[in-house]
Design a protein around this ligand. Structure first.
Ligand code: NAD
Length: 341
């Protein structure tokens, strides 16, 4: 693709790809992608292969990883890529990993909620986390597999059972909600979306997704009806993609972008860069929900400081109230599942 572009266009294209992936130090890290052959896993692995912080990339899936690894291995970036396939190679895939990103599991089809995926994905996340807790207990875990509102509590319970639980190292990846909010607000206001930063708090499903447009930078104003419509579009954006793909799955490319942005933020913070903030669904005492997404200051040991919700508008406070019962139910469902042997 690049060879057909003029030099300035090539440079612009490469700059666009590496947006958010700037190097903060020369530290080298080993990252695992679990579910690396999937719709998210492949483009996410491609982006991690290009991330300058990554020196070793471990790709695990129950199918096709040797091929994906061979393919990515021909890219002219330094990260060494290794493919691992099937449960017999699961533990080897996690050896020495510092960040483990988990997009393994089934995606939604039209008409399905994220919770409909629970029966399949709960055990996949549990088994992958059991292995990670044993092999690389200090690694940061970034969970993409839905329903995130339940899979993060499952991961936490697995780590507790293994006696290695550190709540500052387990993250639910909600970055796509922020990416979508930034894109939609930029489009509506005619602002470059790269300049927009809109926090999204709560959880990662329907009404639990709460865009905090009152705290957006640059500051933006919308009439009440437009604010409601924009909020609902952000909450339903995943379903918009599921419908458009008409049975071929859910968001993969935008999710890979968002997952890579989040993983690279973890690596930048690990390298000592100051002021790295991402919203993430984490263990929390900000509300009565034991897991809740808010802006989080990241550091060398993961979640350094939960920055909380800040001051919400009346409209946003109302959304939080409405989200809490669903969040509590999803968390309980995850914890009950993990308690079963
Ligand atoms: P996909 O079906 O294309 O890929 C999933 C991959 O997981 C497949 O390659 C499959 O072989 C693999 N897999 C299945 N069981 C496994 C196991 N036990 N161990 C390792 N790998 C296993 O699905 P996708 O579109 O890539 O979506 C993956 C997950 O991400 C889904 O649960 C989806 O709902 C979720 N998702 C989350 C967000 C978010 O914002 N957090 C956004 C979009 C999708």
């Amino acid at each position: 693709m690049f060879s057909r572009l003029a030099r300035p266009q090539q440079a612009a294209a490469l700059k666009a790809i590496s947006r958010n992936f700037s190097v903060s130090s020369q530290n080298q890290h080993k990252v695992a992608v679990m579910g690396a052959s999937g719709g998210i896993g492949q483009p996410l692995s491609l982006l991690m292969k290009q991330a300058p912080q990554v020196s070793q990339l471990s790709l695990y899936d129950i199918v096709h990883t040797p091929g994906v690894a061979a393919d990515l291995g021909h890219i002219e970036s330094p990260a060494k890529v290794t493919g691992y396939v099937g449960p017999d190679q699961l533990k080897a895939s996690l050896e020495g990993c510092e960040v483990v990103v988990i997009p393994a599991g089934v995606p939604r089809k039209p008409g399905m909620t994220r919770d409909d995926l629970f029966n399949t994905n709960a055990s996949i996340v549990r088994d992958l986390c059991r292995a990670a807790a044993e092999v690389c207990p200090k690694a940061f875990i970034a969970i993409i597999s839905n329903p995130v509102n339940s899979t993060v509590p499952i991961a936490s319970e697995v780590y507790k059972q293994a006696g290695v639980y550190d709540p500052s190292r387990i993250f639910g990846v909600t970055t796509l909600d922020i990416v979508r909010a930034n894109a939609f607000i930029g489009e509506l206001k005619g602002v470059d979306p790269r300049e927009v930063n809109c926090p999204v708090i709560g959880g990662h499903a329907g009404i639990t997704i709460i865009p905090v447009i009152s705290q957006c930078t640059p500051a933006v104003q919308f009439p009440a009806d437009q604010l409601k419509a924009l909020t609902e579009r952000i909450q339903d954006a995943g379903t918009e993609v599921v419908k458009a793909k008409a049975g071929a799955g859910s968001a993969t490319l935008s999710m890979a972008y968002a997952g890579a942005r989040f993983a690279v933020s973890l690596l930048r913070a690990m390298d000592g860069e100051q002021g790295v903030v991402e919203c993430s669904y984490v263990r929390s005492d900000v509300t009565e929900s034991p897991y809740f997404s808010t802006p989080c200051l990241l550091g060398k040991n993961g979640l350094e400081k939960n920055l909380g919700m800040g001051t919400l508008s009346e409209f946003e406070s109302d959304l939080v109230k409405k989200a809490l019962p669903e969040l509590l139910a999803s968390i309980k469902k995850g914890e009950d599942f993990a308690a079963k042997k």
